[in-house]
Ligand binder design. Structure first.
Ligand code: B1M
Length: 218
């Protein structure tokens, strides 16, 4: 196979995500890893900025949902290729249990999945409840699994308020003090986290794993 410079590979992956080409992103991601690019750098330099471009195009009306879904699929295809490489860098020491999910009404899961990968890479055992998770389902999982951390993701202004409902539901069920609640997602902020009584906020996936470690002091 012909050698390609890393910046060119990164650009091809970025374009692959923007154009919604899963075949392109998985092929070039594989090549970038073979060329020695650290897996996390691929997220930071190629995948996340490319989804930023897709978001801007959605906002300006240039892209509609079908295009965005194709881009999301292309990003997931690259993420599948990166996963084994990330697993090899895994910190095997067990850090604790996390229940994770995207709140009710919200179907965005790319960022949440990245948070899961980072938590697992840091040594946490993660139970991922998926997307559109009602407050009662989070409470049931907290009672059942007894996690150290409950991690909530939201990408929409209209669904971030559901995070407050989850905290309230934990309080009503008498299990608020048994778990640390952390929140994140593009619309969430530290001020919002403080306002709803969460234990922590992280701006991106790697810092979510750092936050989880800090909260458990491990
Ligand atoms: Co949606 N969408 N979307 N969308 N979508 C946004 C979020 C939006 C900003 C686009 C825009 O208008 N510019 C906008 C929200 C505006 C707002 O409310 N403020 C929006 C909208 C409006 C909508 C719909 C309402 C569109 C419609 O139907 N008219 C609809 C809602 C559906 C629903 O959820 N009920 C909708 C649908 C969709 C798709 C299904 C087409 C698709 C989702 C596919 C999927 O997730 N499987 C989609 C996508 C892909 C996007 C954009 C383009 C990209 C999101 C993404 O995956 N980014 C997005 C625009 C944008 O963000 N630029 C947009 C990449 C990902 C790695 O980043 O998710 O931010 P992110 O995660 C980051 C951090 O936020 C953080 O870490 C991650 C990485 O480091 N993080 C956490 C996330 N969760 C965390 C939890 C933590 C800590 C950190 O602790 C627990």
């Amino acid at each position: 196979m012909q050698k390609a410079a890393l910046p060119e590979l990164v650009e091809s992956i970025r374009q692959g995500v923007i154009e919604g080409r899963a075949d392109v992103t998985s092929r070039f991601t594989q090549r970038a890893l073979e060329e020695g690019m650290p897996p996390f750098d691929l997220y930071l330099n190629a995948l996340i900025p490319a989804m930023g471009v897709v978001g801007a195009r959605m906002q300006s009306g240039e892209y509609f949902i079908p295009e965005v879904l194709l881009s999301a699929k292309a990003m997931e295809a690259a993420a599948e290729v990166i996963k084994p490489a990330l697993a090899r860098t895994k910190d095997e020491r067990y850090k604790g249990k996390v229940v994770l999910g995207t709140v009710e009404g919200d179907l965005h899961d790319i960022g949440k999945n990245l948070v899961r990968v980072m938590l697992q890479g840091a040594g946490f055992q993660v139970m991922d409840l998926g997307v559109d998770v009602p407050a009662e389902r989070f409470v049931a999982a907290v009672k059942e699994v007894r996690p150290d951390i409950l991690a909530l993701s939201a990408l929409l202004s209209i669904t971030m308020v559901k995070m407050r409902d989850v905290v309230a539901a934990l309080e009503s069920a008498g299990c608020r003090d048994s778990v640390k609640v952390i929140v994140g997602g593009a619309v969430v902020s530290q001020a919002f986290a403080d306002d709803i009584g969460a234990d922590g906020y992280a701006i991106e996936a790697a810092s979510a794993a750092e936050l989880a470690k800090r909260l458990l002091e491990v």
